[in-house]
Design a protein around this ligand. Structure first.
Ligand code: KG4
Ligand code: ZN
Length: 345
């Protein structure tokens, strides 16, 4: 079979992103981010994001085609993030994707942003990890998933009960006046610092929690503990607080991921989403998976945060698996559940 060329569009948050893949090979990955326009507000402002998507959409598509050295008519299918995300932002990508699919008379795959985060691994690692446990950690979501087939079946084993992991990084960074988004700033500040300096709480890890909520997360207690520590310790060492906070999050994420592998008997783990770019998470995951005999896959850091390649990758896996395309008049869904991998009606 000739490998299909898929153009993927991602506009669920503040990145207007277009990726092009041929089969499992990345041809182009162009990202126009409006993050600087949001920075002074300390978080993404939906209206600003939508407007920035409108301005960036066509130039980003053009640049991706140029990078991939193809023309529009070479595209076999279009994939676009249908949700979850900011509705006004999603609608810009959905409009662009549907317009392209109609104009080119090609199928469209309206895919799930969260599943796309996981499927980007197909571009980095040729071995297909199915079934696998997936730890999905982004700015809006933190879940442990069992992936039996990334194009057809994902089951949620657990999720955060309050903040997402990335949200916790962003909130602590705001507290420490490190700017937005906070994850990369905390990651950088923590490098070389003492992660054992302060013993911050690990949420939902008491023996009772392991019985009742083994695969769920909670980061609000940690956030409060860091806030109290900072308030009570005016001359605190910033790098040590960053490293100790980061360690508390990463420790819990990995304890629960390894436990999910053991409990399901699945010896493979994929870590995806923006927080998967975290250097400490990547290093400690490798140590713990080696020790537990778990095969670990984490996409390259640049493919962990929102991008169009991940959407194209999921579209491509859908085409290769012979999955049905979406109807052209599908509706974006800002709260699309993680187990709905693409829209079929
Ligand atoms: O997946 P993503 O790009 O967007 C969403 O779908 O939410 O994730 C963004 C999140 C932000 O909260 C950001 O602070 C976090 O990922 N992040 C990181 C790192 N890079 C991005 N968190 C920790 N360490 C990093 N290096
Ligand atoms: Zn994302």
């Amino acid at each position: 079979m000739i490998e299909p060329i898929i153009l993927g569009i991602e506009t669920s948050c503040d990145e207007s992103a277009v990726g092009i893949v041929r089969g499992r090979t990345l041809l182009a990955n162009v990202i126009a981010s409006s993050v600087e326009e949001h920075a002074r507000f300390g978080g993404v402002v939906p209206e600003i994001a939508s407007r920035a998507h409108l301005e960036a959409m066509i130039p980003t598509i053009r640049q991706a085609l140029q990078d991939a050295k193809i023309s529009l008519s070479d595209i076999d299918a279009v994939a676009v993030t249908a949700g979850p995300g900011l509705i006004g932002a999603l609608l810009v990508g959905v409009g662009a994707g549907a317009g392209l699919a109609l104009g080119l008379d090609r199928p469209i795959f309206a895919v799930n942003h969260l599943a796309a985060h996981i499927s980007v691994d197909a571009l980095t690692h040729s071995q297909s990890l199915q079934p696998t446990i997936a730890l999905l950690v982004s700015g809006g979501h933190s879940s442990l998933l069992q992936v039996d087939d990334i194009t057809a079946s994902i089951t949620q084993l657990g999720a955060t009960m309050d903040d997402a992991a990335g949200e916790a990084f962003d909130k602590i960074a705001r507290l420490m006046k490190l700017g937005f988004p906070g994850g990369p700033a905390i990651d950088a500040l923590a490098t070389g610092a003492d992660e054992c300096a302060i013993d911050f709480p690990r949420g939902l890890t008491t023996s009772g929690d392991w019985q009742s909520r083994p695969f769920d997360f909670s980061f609000s207690g940690l956030k409060t503990a860091v806030a109290r520590y900072i308030e009570a310790t005016p001359d605190y060492t910033r790098a040590d607080v960053a490293a100790s906070f980061q360690e508390a999050i990463v420790d819990v994420l990995l304890l629960k991921s390894v436990a999910a592998c053991k409990s399901t008997g699945i010896d493979s783990l994929v870590i995806a989403g923006g927080v998967a770019a975290n250097s400490r998470l990547r290093a400690l995951a490798q140590q713990r998976c080696d020790k537990a005999g778990i095969h670990l896959a984490i996409p390259a850091p640049g493919l962990c945060t929102d991008n169009g390649a991940m959407v194209a990758a999921l579209g491509s896996l859908m085409v290769l698996a012979g999955r049905s395309a979406s109807p052209i008049a599908f509706e974006a869904d800002s709260s699309l559940p993680v187990d709905v991998l693409s829209l079929l009606s």
